[in-house]
Ligand binder design. Structure first.
Ligand code: M6R
Length: 606
């Protein structure tokens, strides 16, 4: 969602802020703005549209200001307009905000009684008004008072007009990371904007306040005690956060999959035959009394969970349910200390997934999260974490994070099966062998890129499209569908192939594309029958199979043969094909691949 950057130090702050906002563009936004100290006060510049519009508005050679804040806004309260863009100023206070102030209406009513009215339609301006109304020269005291009145999830960076070159930051629910470097003190909504200054950083703990001065960042808790947050370190550098010669981040990230899978899988295998999660601090004892599993996540991460369900039930024979995280807490879910709850999240900050995790913790379930971003809220609040080592994922469409999530689920399921003695040593060794085979198979799948580009060109004018599959191919159909629709804007639906004739078959008409996933031997003949059903109604069929098998050429228009893998492991290669299809279809239609409309990379509001 919104991007935040704040800097105070020894560089021209306008450049720092604009570069930081460019680095944060991937998060999805509709307006941008900066505010910085000048000799005669705080200057604010903001605009709707891209950061490039903001850059055009910023004077290149003004005063050499060295302290300021910058923001990319993803509209929630109030439409997309210059007025609603951040930063917002009221009286002494200029601030930027990520999150939602849930009680803004009540606060606004109270402020109106004091004769104070906002000019924008945002909840953020109400926060600026509240903080200003409480301010009598002591920022820390004011912020604490404001925190006790603000409800909702938020991260703020605040400038007080009479406190030059100092930035005050606080957070509750929405992420903020900070680092100290020789150039100055930097804070941002994510690491991508900090990496230029330092690989060492810390996460501002929730309900804590950070005071940034040129040479120091002081963190205090709500009682005013100084706290030293745990230092974290990223392994990747600026080049990982750049396109590295690819036209889009999405394409780069699709191609990074062999390497991200290697980094996620290989350190967790011992002697070439056993899973080993001891490096992650996950002891076998956590599985001891587990009699059911709940997997909860959103979007693509949830689709990884659907694959996990098939796998865990097959290996361990205990019931698994997959719950959409945004629904989870409203369903009064059944769980106790014998329930293992697995939360999956690339960002580790998705508000709904975090809420589902918190509810699981409250209910004493054992919680394990599969997360990509180190030190993120979901990682910190889970009993155990299995990090995906996918590196930074910038494109809104999740690709390498998804396959890395799958690999963690496979490892976790195997460890679980081993701990429960549900599989023999030979089966374990064979599983590990097949999992390792996934890496070269994904490499080979990438060679299908040209073919997939060509096939995608036939989808350019399509308005509706269907993905069908059975067994483990059904979750992959869901994933193919979300990938295509989120970036190409083609309406698509995913169906368990056997379910088509219970309603949806009426939508299959001459020429409608159907992407049919038929990688599973146990349902292969059933799947072929379902393909014949759509074919008989004139569908254009793009068929995906595990290996190059003999086929009746009358049942498809295009055939994609995946490198052959054991059936249980085809989700990895199928996913790559579906990602490339979505990517090239979007390119042929001329849309922005990396930043689709209305979407944000990290969804930190409910
Ligand atoms: O950061 P998370 O993995 O928790 O994000 C969950 C979803 O928002 C995310 O997977 C989304 O569905 C992707 N844009 C899909 O490509």
């Amino acid at each position: 969602m919104c991007g935040i950057i704040g800097f105070t130090g020894y560089l021209d702050v306008k450049n720092v802020l604009l570069e930081g906002l460019e680095a944060l563009e991937y998060r999805g936004y509709d307006s941008a703005g900066i505010a910085f100290f000048e000799q005669d006060g705080i200057k604010t510049i903001k605009t709707t549209g891209k950061v490039s519009n903001l850059i055009d508005k910023v004077e290149k050679n003004g005063n050499n200001s060295t302290c300021g804040i910058g923001h990319t806004r993803w509209a929630t309260h109030g439409g997309v307009s210059d007025t609603n863009s951040h930063p917002h100023t009221f009286g002494n206070v200029t601030l930027i905000h990520n999150g939602i102030i849930e009680n803004y209406h009540e606060l606004e009513t109270e402020l109106a009684k004091q004769g104070k009215y906002p000019v924008s339609q945002t909840d953020t301006e109400i926060a600026a008004m509240l903080i200003d109304s409480l301010y009598h020269g002591d920022p820390m005291d004011t912020i604490k008072k404001a925190m006790s009145q603000l409800e909702g999830a938020y991260a703020f960076c605040i400038l007080f007009a009479d406190q030059p070159d100092v930035i005050y930051c606080l957070r509750n629910g929405s992420p903020l990371v900070a680092c100290q470097s020789k150039e100055g003190s930097v804070i941002a909504s994510d690491m991508v904007a900090l990496i230029k200054y330092s690989k060492e950083y810390f996460v501002l703990p929730e309900l804590h306040i950070a005071k940034l001065t040129k040479d120091n960042i002081e963190v205090t808790n709500f009682d005013g005690e100084i706290v030293i947050p745990q230092k974290l370190y990223v392994k990747w550098d600026m080049s990982a956060a750049r396109k590295g010669g690819y036209e889009h981040f999405m394409l780069k990230e699709i191609h990074e999959q062999p390497s991200s899978l290697r980094s996620t899988i290989m350190p967790r295998i011992v002697n070439g035959s056993l899973p080993d999660l001891s490096g992650d601090g996950i002891p076998d004892t956590i599985f001891d009394d587990i009699n059911r599993v709940i997997i909860t996540a959103c979007g693509t991460a949830m689709h990884a969970g659907l694959v996990g369900r098939v796998l865990i039930e097959k290996l361990i024979r205990i019931p698994v349910t997959v719950e959409i995280a945004s629904e989870f807490r409203y369903q009064d879910p059944i769980m106790d200390e014998n329930t293992l709850v697995i939360t999956i999240s690339q960002s580790g900050e998705t508000a709904d997934t975090l809420a589902a995790l918190r509810l699981s913790n409250e209910n004493k379930a054992k919680t394990v999260s599969i997360v990509n971003v180190k030190g993120s809220s979901i990682a910190r609040e889970s009993n155990y974490v299995l990090y995906t080592h996918a590196g930074p994922e910038i494109a809104v469409a999740s690709t390498k994070a998804y396959t890395a999530q799958l690999s963690c689920i496979y490892l976790l399921a195997l460890q679980f099966a081993k701990a429960k003695k549900a599989i023999s040593d030979t089966e374990c060794t064979s599983f590990i062998h097949h999992l390792q085979q996934v890496i070269p198979a994904v490499e080979k799948t990438l060679f299908l890129e040209k073919e997939l580009d060509e096939i995608s060109s036939h989808l350019k004018e399509t308005q509706d499209l269907f993905f069908i599959g059975r067994g483990i191919d059904y979750p992959l159909s869901c994933e193919g569908s979300i990938k295509l629709k989120e970036i190409s804007y083609i309406h698509s639906e995913a169906y368990a192939a056997g379910e088509l004739k219970h309603g949806t078959l009426s939508l299959i008409i001459e020429g409608i594309p159907v992407i049919a996933l038929a990688t599973q031997a146990n349902v292969y003949s059933k799947m072929i029958s379902n393909i014949r059903e759509v074919r008989a109604r004139g569908a254009m069929v793009i068929l995906v199979t595990n290996g190059d098998i003999a086929l009746d050429s009358s049942i498809f228009d295009y055939h994609i043969a995946l490198p052959e893998l054991d059936d249980m492991f085809t989700p990895f290669t199928t996913a790559v094909v579906l990602q490339l299809l979505a990517y090239y279809t979007t390119l042929h239609r001329g849309y922005n691949v990396d930043q689709p409309r209305n979407l944000a990379k990290s969804v930190t509001v409910e």
